[in-house]
Ligand binder design. Structure first.
Ligand code: FAD
Ligand code: EPU
Length: 340
């Protein structure tokens, strides 16, 4: 086991921010994880799991053992003519997994194509896109407790999944490392194509042509047309969550701001499009120092040659303050901030 010290994290976060990990290890096997947790306990260092770093903001150095989760493997647990269950190791990369499931005829993940990151991070914020959330497919999440090294399994229903939310952001925050996720997928397509941008992209196709592969292709096309590729323009996707407000406030805002996109939720609340609020405030395409608001999507903050997470957070605070001034709504940052 080769623990690196004072390791620069620049290439391990898609915002390309500078920051070091006090200790750093790539974890490629379960036994290595066990040894690493024992080492951290002896050193009395906190432990932070990291996948592809596509949903983190490094605001400074991290005084912890950072474990880059790289354990791979896909195991078929069960398959019949209706369903297939898979156990996928935490270090598998999400998008190639979606491609693999489609090739095998296991359906459901097609709307979640091209989301960056690892399988182990996916339950943390319950990744979602184009009308579908990971929660619908999670049968179980396998974890190791950081403090004790003990393994345990949570059933999907115990993960407290919500919009960009789960138990891993709440009572289990910083407590566990996810080692594998069990997914239950369909053998017969059950397409979800109501999300407005997706429905529009598929509108020209005859119904028979709308297969899981066609949905996958449409989602990839939409995402490429408006979301910057982190390999070219460093970013962490949506920088803020879409605010969810009471129906009465949503109705009041709709009357004052015609055109503000609103998405009614099952519990009666209404989700608003943060991108629209930010664009309305005039931020789209604007830059501050080395960071900016993406010209194609106002919810994405991009790195234009900056290095300091503190500068990025200063821009985010300015954006949030003007949304609060104009609409009375407090935006919440979506990625996890470390080293602040
Ligand atoms: P990291 O950024 O490495 O980690 C994120 C958090 O999860 C950290 O707190 C980390 O400690 C924790 N974590 C990571 N691995 C583990 C583990 N094994 N066990 C326990 N905790 C762990 N998200 C969406 O939901 N929908 C989208 O459409 C979407 N689009 C995006 C587009 C772009 C261009 C980018 C850059 C990001 C986008 N995201 C989206 C956000 C991101 O892809 C997801 O949050 C993804 O799940 C992060 O995976 P990661 O491996 O990079 O996690
Ligand atoms: N819009 C604007 N201005 C913009 C961009 C969008 O007014 O600059 C409007 C659009 O016209 C649309 C609405 O905002 O009416 C919603 O836009 P979009 O469909 O792009 O989705 P979003 O709400 O901005 C969310 C997720 C994305 C996910 C997409 C698709 C959050 C915080 N973000 O974005 O997830 O890919 O829906 O489902 O929920 C991420 O989490 O990193 C991420 C990219």
């Amino acid at each position: 086991m080769r623990v690196l010290t004072e390791e620069p994290l620049l290439r391990y976060n898609t915002l390309a921010l500078q920051g070091r990990a006090r200790a750093f290890l790539q974890v490629r096997a379960a036994a290595e994880l066990e040894r690493a947790l024992a080492w951290a306990r002896r050193q009395q260092l906190p432990v932070i799991p990291l996948g592809e770093g596509s949903n983190v903001v490094l605001a400074g150095d991290i005084e912890a053992l950072v474990l880059r989760m790289a354990i791979t493997g896909i195991e078929l647990l069960e398959e019949d003519d209706k369903q297939a269950s898979l156990r996928v190791a935490a270090g598998e990369v999400w998008h190639p997994l979606v491609e693999w499931t489609l090739r095998r005829g296991y359906y459901g993940l097609e709307n979640l194509a091209l989301i960056p990151g690892t399988v182990g991070a996916a339950p943390v914020q319950n990744i979602g896109a184009y009308g579908v959330e990971l929660a619908s497919f999670v049968r179980a999440v396998h974890c190791v407790d950081i403090a004790s090294g003990r393994e345990h399994t949570l059933a999907g229903a115990a993960c407290e999944f919500g919009y960009r939310d789960s138990i891993f952001k709440r009572s289990l925050r910083d407590q566990v490392i996810i080692t594998a996720v069990d997914l239950q997928l369909q053998r017969k397509p059950a397409l979800q194509v109501n999300y407005p941008a997706l429905a529009a992209a598929l509108a020209q196709q005859p119904a028979a042509a709308i297969t899981p592969q066609a949905v996958f292709d449409a989602v990839v096309g939409i995402r490429r047309s408006k979301l910057p590729d982190p390999a070219r323009i460093p970013n962490a996707g949506s920088f803020f969550k879409n605010p969810v407000v009471a129906a009465a406030l949503a109705a009041e805002l709709a009357a004052r701001f015609p055109g503000l996109p609103q998405y009614p939720q099952a519990d009666g609340q209404v989700k608003l499009a943060a991108a629209w609020l930010i664009e309305y405030c005039g931020w789209k395409g604007r830059c501050r120092g080395g960071f900016g608001v993406h010209p194609e999507h106002a919810l994405v903050l991009v790195n234009r040659g900056g290095s300091s997470g503190a500068d990025l957070l200063a821009l985010a605070a300015e954006v949030a303050a003007s949304v609060c001034d104009n609409f009375g709504i407090a935006l919440e940052i979506e990625p996890r901030v470390y080293g602040a």
